[in-house]
Design a protein around this ligand. Structure first.
Ligand SMILES: [Zn+2]
Length: 90
């Protein structure tokens, strides 16, 4: 049996947390999400539309699951209290 957390794909992580970490390691707040096929399309608070494979093992899934990020998106206006789960430095 897989560990339950390990089995979560991007859409379930984003639905749960409301955040997405982009390819460059930037943390965005997600305002809406659409799933289509194997892909998930995210609209961030800062107005970007990001489409990614709805994977369990991609870098983005791993980073979100582990609470990793490199930088915070300024456009998303994330409150410091919301960042308790995330940590920089990876
Ligand atoms: Zn953003």
């Amino acid at each position: 049996m897989n560990d339950h957390r390990q089995s979560k794909n991007i859409s379930s992580l984003v639905a749960e947390l409301g955040f997405f970490v982009s390819r460059s390691g930037k943390l965005h707040k997600v305002s809406s999400m659409d799933e289509y096929g194997n892909y998930v399309r995210l609209l961030t608070k800062c107005g970007q539309c990001i489409a990614v494979r709805n994977s369990r093992r991609s870098k983005a899934a791993r980073w979100i699951r582990n609470g990793w990020m490199r930088q915070i998106c300024k456009g998303c206006k994330i409150k410091s209290g919301e960042l308790s789960r995330f940590k920089t430095g990876h």
